[in-house]
Design a protein around this ligand. Structure first.
Ligand code: HEM
Length: 500
């Protein structure tokens, strides 16, 4: 079922119902609420440069657990392969029920991964508006329409935590949890490094110029290199590893005009995507959207109601039934997937040119073959040989792919102008509104905000100093020196807590 259809029936979608339930729950975690006794801090909490307080590991873990409650599995254990569950998700039996379970699972995990990529993928350090992870996967771009479902699903969950962290940090945590949950059993578990501090932007002000930085599937290798290497700073190998995310999820006509999946194990972050690129006999296919749908294409339209693009260029494997050689349900690849291993024309105007219209790829072909009738068989990608080598390496070594993907993923999630710090550590640059937040205890004792921040930093950096028990809230936030002794007494003196 298309995500769009399920979304239209949000009340009937058990995942959406679960998300709404989660959103209604209250989270008791530092610094606003002390989980040891459930008491809430009534005074203002000091915030760091992204407008949020020091993020605690307990909060990160709780978000991951809640995300995992939205990841369906085949069995009763809703959290298998996700969060604290030690079980891994397995792909057995090829039944309809299984396919349905995969669809639902993929909608969440692939959705969360694509969402985080579309937030990060606008990164351009050469521009004033650098984009990157900033809590805005802007809807102005048609490729982002497919994110509506996951955005809506995650919104109530974020509500539960919105005083603790930015949306960009939240999406990153969900994306990380999705990556961990997607890794095949034989390569699990994986650790995905995480730092926090991403600052959100006002997404209602997003511009097409920024949204348009996302890659265009209609182009080819030169474009992939321009986007990933030249703009975002990834190596060719890292780029290919990241493209392996297309091992998950699907394309939907209402979003992008494509329909289908890259492979059949679309709920697993495995290397089938790569082996298919190399080993299947791909044929170029042009979908004339208007003709195919008799003038009423169900595909994405622009603001005036026109079909954005009449022709979609994609790669399909011919079916066994000669009357219907290509099916929407068969595996598909986009130009930007094919070009990683095949020389399908690297330049934007070359890849979809009429000269290439009748060209195909065949496993094992080592050079381009042009026939008299204009048809041809493309040879392997040689301009960006490192990319082609990476496809071959990942196709034969799944563990290597997973390892490289996780490392490149963390790098992708760290494409931001904000300064990121370890969880539990105060952000170095702090908000200027601090002077408004001097507590009565600080005022009575002649203490200013700069004293408080100095103290916070010292607490975080110097464990022996905190042992002196001269504590205040920032130390407490940092998890240092709180043991119900003098330090705790001081915390209660300087901050107002809800009566027990
Ligand atoms: C050249 C680069 C890329 C292009 C042109 C591209 C294009 C696309 C397109 C057209 C879709 C189908 C969307 C729809 O119909 O709703 C898609 C889906 C997806 N993309 Fe990419 N993509 C690229 C790179 C990436 C990267 C680097 C990642 C993550 C690291 C990623 C993750 C995904 C995921 C997980 C889906 C499936 C979403 C779902 O099923 O909900 N993509 N991509």
């Amino acid at each position: 079922m298309y995500k769009l259809a399920r979304r239209a029936e949000a009340k009937k979608d058990p995942l959406m119902a679960r998300a709404l339930e989660i959103g209604k729950e209250e989270f008791c975690g530092l610094p606003h609420c002390n989980p040891a006794n459930g008491r809430k801090l009534l005074t203002a909490v000091e915030v760091g440069s992204n407008g949020f307080p020091t993020l605690k590991q307990t909060t990160v873990d709780a978000i991951e657990e809640d995300f995992c409650k939205l990841v369906p599995t085949q069995g009763n254990d809703r959290t298998a392969g996700c969060g604290s569950s030690k079980q891994t998700f397995s792909l057995d039996a090829g039944t309809e029920t299984r396919d349905q379970a995969y669809e639902e699972r993929a909608d969440v995990i692939a959705g969360a991964i694509q969402l985080a990529f579309h937030d990060a993928g606008t990164w351009d350090p050469s521009k004033t508006n650098k984009g990157g992870m900033d809590g805005c996967a802007c809807d102005l771009k048609e490729a982002n329409k497919g994110l509506d479902y996951i955005k809506e699903l995650l919104a109530p969950v974020y509500d539960k935590y919105k005083s603790k962290l930015s949306l960009a940090d939240f999406w990153t945590i969900c994306g990380n949890a999705a990556v961990k949950a997607s890794v095949p059993a034989e390569n699990a578990p994986v650790e995905v490094g995480f730092k926090y501090g991403r600052k959100d932007v006002d997404c209602t002000k997003c511009t097409l110029a920024v949204a348009d930085r996302l890659p265009n599937e209609n182009f080819s290798a030169d474009h992939v290199i321009e986007v990933f290497r030249d703009r975002m700073g990834f190596s060719q190998t890292e780029t290919v590893a990241l493209m392996g995310a297309h091992s998950l999820g699907k394309m939907e006509p209402h979003n992008t005009g494509y329909a289908g999946k890259w492979d059949r194990t679309f709920a697993l972050l495995d290397n089938v995507y790569f082996s298919q690129i190399i080993n299947k006999p791909w044929e170029r296919f042009i979908v004339d959207e208007k003709t195919k749908f008799e003038g009423s294409a169900p595909y994405q339209t622009d603001h005036s109601g026109n079909v954005d693009e009449e022709f979609k260029h994609e790669w399909r494997v011919p079916g066994t039934n000669n009357n219907q050689p290509f099916q929407d349900s068969t595996d598909k690849l986009l130009n930007t997937d094919m070009c990683l291993a095949w020389d399908i024309g690297n330049a934007d105007d070359e890849v979809n040119s009429d000269a290439n219209k009748d060209c195909i790829t065949r496993p094992g072909v080592t050079e381009e073959v042009r026939r008299n009738d204009g048809s041809c068989v493309h040879g392997p990608q040689t301009k960006y040989k490192t990319m082609a080598n990476a496809v071959a390496n990942y196709a034969s070594n799944q563990a290597l792919f997973v390892k490289h993907f996780v490392a490149a993923w963390q790098k992708l999630m760290e494409l931001t102008d904000s300064t990121l710090v370890e969880v539990g550590t105060a952000q170095s640059s702090t908000s200027t509104s601090c002077t408004d937040q001097v507590s009565s205890w600080m005022a009575d004792n002649g203490k200013t905000c700069s004293w408080a921040w100095g103290l916070a930093n010292k607490c975080n950096k110097d464990a022996t100093w905190t042992a002196a028990k001269t504590c205040q809230q920032s130390c407490y936030d940092a998890g240092a020196g709180y043991s119900g002794d003098n330090c705790a007494a001081l915390v209660l003196e300087e901050d107002t807590w809800e009566e027990a």
